[in-house]
Design a protein around this ligand. Structure first.
Ligand code: FMN
Length: 379
């Protein structure tokens, strides 16, 4: 059966993923924090970005290519880093790294993924973007950076919008813990998802392997729960300067919302600014991520590229962000819905959905290239 008929949209993949993932894993993926108004606000404000449709443009053949940081990509979107990806779907890191190498999309891997930089560096190749969470020890940081580089990663993304832990009540209700505490409810939900369960049996229990390797004192469940926390740092401008001095490849700062921060970060020598609100997982009382984009892009004024994520669910959203000043757009949850729904074939299908949706909407908008998009925005 043709997936484009049975599952033409991300919402179809999400629905199937929900059936194939244990409840706690789905809740970990899908939830925001608090009453989740952050998620809804991101959605509502994206929907408010409208384009004027165009007529009499002849046979438009939209071109989706986009160059950024010295690489040309066949499409302007990539995979945002997700912690514990291998818990969401067994072996997710390797599958997504390979898919990204194949489709030529940036592959973001989290510090707190279930795979180390060495596990996936050669698979992702030049598409690998490693995400760094600040650590509290300069020696650990330098060792991490050396390992990331030696494993072949050229691009570093440092995430700065997690100043502390958020409540994420939905995750608490679903007993999300690492590793899962085997209550009868959790066991039942695992047993109801045999493909996921068999995958975990095959690939082993996911752990935060990379931070764990720096927290040897803590063991077992305790180490697992706390490894990331044990070595967590609380970054400031000096931390970014240190990273800049220690990382000689592209350095991107993820989680920027304010123009003044973007301006200062450029002064500190970063190579790109990534506007994000962590998809409403950290704080629900702030602005929608898409509303932060135009002022940041205006202040950055082309000095470095600007990237965007948070709430993107289709090709039209990608066009919206590009029109408002993003050079490149990332999706997080979407790739994991696709993966849980159909494995690697789901990821390939999502690339198809996003590309087809972009082409279709660009044709309606009368945009032959991505650079034509701002001119068609209804201001
Ligand atoms: C389950 C989950 C785990 C995440 N873990 C990380 C992480 O470890 N590091 C990070 O920089 N961002 C993390 N994020 C945020 C994503 O990188 C990204 O900003 C966000 O998911 C984009 O929004 P979207 O999912 O609506 O596309 C995580 C997001 C989710 C959903």
């Amino acid at each position: 059966m043709d997936l484009d008929v049975t599952h033409p949209a991300l919402s179809d993949l999400r629905r199937r993923a929900r059936r194939r993932m244990p409840h706690f894993a789905f809740e970990y993926l899908d939830s925001g924090t608090g009453r989740e108004t952050g998620i809804h606000h991101n959605r509502a404000r994206l929907d408010a970005v409208r384009f004027m449709p165009a007529i009499l443009r002849g046979d438009l053949q939209p071109d989706l290519t986009r160059a950024t940081l010295g690489t040309t990509y066949p499409q302007p979107f990539g995979v945002a880093p997700l912690g514990m990806a291998g818990l969401l779907w067994p072996d997710a890191e390797r599958i997504l790294a390979a898919a990204c190498a194949h489709h030529r999309m940036p592959y973001g891997q989290s510090t707190v993924a279930a795979a180390t930089p060495e596990d996936t560096g050669t698979i992702a190749g030049d598409m690998g973007w490693f995400q760094h969470y600040p650590v509290n020890d300069a020696g650990i940081r330098r060792d991490m950076l050396a390992r990331i580089k030696a494993a072949g990663w050229k691009t570093l993304v440092v995430t700065v919008d997690v100043p502390g832990e958020s409540r994420r009540e939905r995750q608490r209700r679903a007993h999300v813990s690492m590793p899962p505490v085997m209550t009868p409810k959790i066991i039942a939900s695992i047993l109801s998802c045999p493909t996921w369960a068999m995958g975990i049996l095959k690939h082993g229990q996911p752990t935060m392997k990379f931070p764990n390797s720096y927290a040897p004192a803590a063991k077992g469940a305790e180490a697992f729960t706390h490894a990331g926390r044990l070595i967590r740092g609380f970054p400031d401008d000096a931390y970014i300067s240190a990273l800049r001095a220690e990382w000689d490849g592209p350095l991107i700062v993820k989680g920027v919302a304010e123009p003044a921060d973007a301006d200062r970060l450029i002064g500190l020598g970063v190579d790109a600014i990534w506007v994000s609100n962590h998809s409403g997982r950290q704080f629900e009382g702030g602005p929608a991520a898409i509303d932060c984009l135009p002022p940041v892009a205006e202040t950055v004024a082309g000095r470095v590229p600007v990237y965007f994520c948070s709430g993107v669910t289709g090709g039209l959203d990608i066009l919206r962000a590009l029109a408002l000043g993003a050079d490149f757009v990332f999706l997080g949850k979407a790739w994991y819905f696709a993966l849980a729904a159909f494995g690697r074939a789901g990821v390939d299908h999502l690339v198809h959905i996003l590309r087809a949706d972009m082409v279709s909407n660009m044709t309606q908008i009368g945009a032959a290239t991505l650079d034509d998009l701002p001119g068609r925005l209804i201001r």
